[in-house]
Design a protein around this ligand. Structure first.
Ligand SMILES: Nc1ncnc2c1ncn2[C@@H]1O[C@H](COP(=O)(O)OP(=O)(O)OP(=O)(O)O)[C@@H](O)[C@H]1O
Ligand SMILES: [Mg+2]
Length: 470
C-alpha cells in the first residue's frame, strides 16, 4: 500500500524553536491528513522519537540546546533511516547542499515555506519511509518461518494457525480465537491486528470475566455523566476507544448474558449508544473474541448466546495445546530465553539435552505460560551458562512448579510419570494428586493447574466421579 493512498497514516515530527512557526506547520500538515508531533529543539526531538516513530522529520537548523545539524548527526550515528526535510533560511543554498551531502538529509526547503512544495516532499519522503518499513517487516517474517508477530512455533499445527492468521488479518471479518489457557490467544489477536489494514489504529482488549454487568456495559459502550450512581463524568467505552482499530473481547463466554444481547446489536448496526446517552455513535472496529471454553459447550450451558457465537465465528482459529506440539519446545525455549535474558539482564545461552528431554515428558496443563514461568525461574537461578535439570524446582511437577503460588506447595509430593504413560493418564494423575493436595478444594486446584474450574469439572466428569463443589 503506498503512502499516497493512505496519507493519514504517515507520521511527521516537526522540530522548530519558534512556537508559532511550529504550531502553524503542524496545523497545516495535519490538515493534509498526516499525523504530527512537535519538538522545540533537537534534544526534545530525540526524546519524542522514542515514543513517536516518525516516518518523516521536518526540522529547522538554527535552534538552542541542540540544533538541526547536531540532531541529524546524532540520528545518523544511531543508524536511523528517517528521511529528514531541512528548513533553511532564504538564500542559504550552500549550507543546504552541504547538509544534504554530509548528513544525508532527504531534501531542503527555503523559508518562506511554499505549502505545495512541502506537501509534495512530505508525501515523497513518507512513501519512501513506509516502503522501507514494509520491506523490513516482510523480510523479518520470511527470514524466520517459526515466528509470526510474537507467536513462536514451527510445528505443523502452529504453521496452520499462522496461515489462518495471515489469511484472515487483511479482511475486516470477526474472528473467534479458542484454545486452553496460556496457549497464546491474546498473542494471536495481536498478530491479526498487526497484519491488518487497521494496524496503525488502536488495539484495545477488555476482559469480559472481570466485571459485573453494569460496569461491563459502561466499559464497553461508555456512559454519560449521571447515567448511574457513580457515573460522575462522561466516559468513552471500548468501542469508541478502539475506533478504526481492533477490539479484543477476552473470555467472551464469561460476559453476562444480558450484555451479550446488547453486544450483538452493536455488532449488527456498527453503532453504540453510551449508557444514558441519547444519540448513537458510528463505530468502525474489527472484533476479535477469545475464550478458553469449547464454544459449543458454552452455548449448551447457556454461557454463550448462540446468535452471538455465529456472528463472531465468521472465522475461527483454534490454538493447539502445548502437549500436542512438543516439537516446538526448542524454538520456544530459545526465543523465551532470549527475551528473559533481556528482561533480567542475564546471559543464559540455552538448555542442555537432559532438561529438554525432561520438559518433553510433561503434559503442560498451563501451556506456554507455564513453560515461560518454568524458564523464568531457571534463568534467574542460573544467570548465565546453560540451563540444566538442576535449575528446575525439586521435585519438578508441571502445574505445581509453574503456578504463581508455587511456594505454597513447596515440599509437597510431586508426581512421578513413568515413560510409557499416555498424556491423558499423566493428566489424570496430576489432577487427582493436586486435588488431594488442596484437600479437594477445586477452585484452588484449578488455579494451581492453570485451568478453568469448568475444565476441571469436565475432566472429573470424564473420570466418572462427580462430587459437590467446594
Ligand atoms: N506461541 C507462542 N509463542 C511465544 N510465546 C507464547 C506463545 N503462546 C503463548 N505465549 C506466551 O504465553 C503467555 C500466555 O499467552 P496469552 O496471554 O496469549 O495466552 P491466552 O491463551 O490468552 O491465555 P488465557 O486463556 O489464560 O488468557 C504469554 O507470556 C505469551 O507471551
Ligand atoms: Mg488471554
Amino acid at each position: 500500500m503506498s503512502a499516497a493512498q493512505t496519507p493519514t497514516r504517515t507520521r511527521v515530527l516537526i522540530v522548530d524553536d519558534e512556537e508559532n512557526q511550529r504550531n502553524g506547520l503542524a496545523g497545516m500538515i495535519k490538515s493534509w491528513g498526516f499525523v504530527t508531533e512537535t519538538a522545540g529543539d533537537g534534544q526534545e526531538a530525540l526524546e519524542k522519537l522514542a515514543d513517536f516513530p516518525a516516518h518523516v522529520l521536518l526540522t529547522d537548523l538554527m535552534m538552542p540546546r541542540m540544533d538541526g545539524y547536531e540532531l541529524l548527526r546524532r540520528l545518523n550515528s544511531l543508524g536511523s533511516r528517517v528521511p529528514a526535510i531541512v528548513i533553511t533560511a532564504f538564500g542559504n543554498i550552500e549550507t543546504a547542499l552541504s547538509t544534504m551531502h554530509d548528513l544525508g538529509a532527504f531534501w531542503f526547503l527555503e523559508k518562506p515555506i511554499q505549502a505545495q512544495a512541502l506537501r509534495f516532499l512530505l508525501e515523497r519522503a513518507g512513501a519512501q519511509s513506509r516502503l522501507l518499513e514494509e520491506a523490513e517487516l516482510l523480510q523479518r517474517q520470511l527470514s524466520y518461518q517459526g515466528v509470526l508477530g510474537e507467536l513462536v512455533g514451527k510445528s505443523e499445527p502452529m504453521q496452520q494457525v499462522f496461515s489462518l492468521i495471515r489469511q484472515v488479518a487483511p479482511s475486516k471479518a470477526a474472528v473467534l480465537v479458542t484454545g486452553e489457557s496460556g496457549t497464546g490467544k491474546e498473542l494471536a489477536a495481536r498478530a491479526i491486528h498487526q497484519l491488518s489494514s487497521q494496524r496503525e489504529g488502536p488495539f484495545v482488549a477488555i476482559n469480559c470475566a472481570a466485571l459485573p454487568e453494569t460496569l461491563m456495559e459502561s466499559e464497553l459502550f461508555g456512559h454519560e455523566k449521571g447515567a448511574f450512581t457513580g457515573a460522575v463524568e462522561r466516559r468513552a467505552g471500548c468501542f469508541e476507544l478502539a475506533q478504526k482499530g481492533t477490539l479484543l473481547l477476552d473470555e467472551l463466554a464469561e460476559m453476562p448474558i444480558g450484555t451479550q444481547a446488547k453486544l450483538l446489536r452493536v455488532l449488527e448496526d456498527s453503532r453504540v449508544r453510551r449508557l444514558g446517552g441519547k444519540s448513537e455513535i458510528q463505530v468502525e472496529v474489527r472484533i476479535i473474541a477469545s475464550t478458553n471454553r469449547t464454544p459449543e459447550e458454552a452455548i449448551r450451558s447457556a454461557h454463550l448466546r448462540e446468535d452471538l457465537f455465529y456472528r463472531l465465528n465468521v472465522f475461527g482459529i483454534q490454538l493447539p495445546p502445548l502437549r500436542h506440539r512438543l516439537e516446538d519446545l526448542p524454538v520456544l525455549c530459545e526465543s523465551m530465553i532470549r527475551d528473559l535474558n533481556k528482561k533480567h539482564g542475564s546471559s543464559v545461552e540455552g538448555l542442555d539435552n537432559g532438561l529438554l528431554a525432561k520438559l518433553q515428558t510433561h503434559s503442560w496443563p498451563g501451556n506456554v505460560r507455564e513453560l515461560r514461568n518454568v524458564l523464568e525461574r531457571a534463568v534467574i537461578l542460573a544467570g548465565s551458562g546453560t540451563l540444566g535439570l538442576n535449575h528446575l524446582p525439586q521435585p519438578f511437577s508441571p502445574g505445581l512448579a509453574a503456578s504463581p503460588s508455587a511456594s505454597v506447595s513447596a515440599g509437597q509430593d510431586g508426581v512421578t510419570i513413568p515413560i510409557g504413560s499416555t498424556v491423558s493418564q499423566a493428566e489424570k494423575t496430576l489432577i487427582l494428586m493436586t486435588l488431594a493436595h488442596t484437600k479437594n478444594n477445586k477452585t484452588r486446584a484449578a488455579e494451581i493447574l492453570g485451568i478453568s474450574l469448568k475444565t476441571l469439572f469436565n475432566k472429573l466428569k470424564e473420570y466418572g466421579g462427580s462430587e459437590p463443589e467446594s
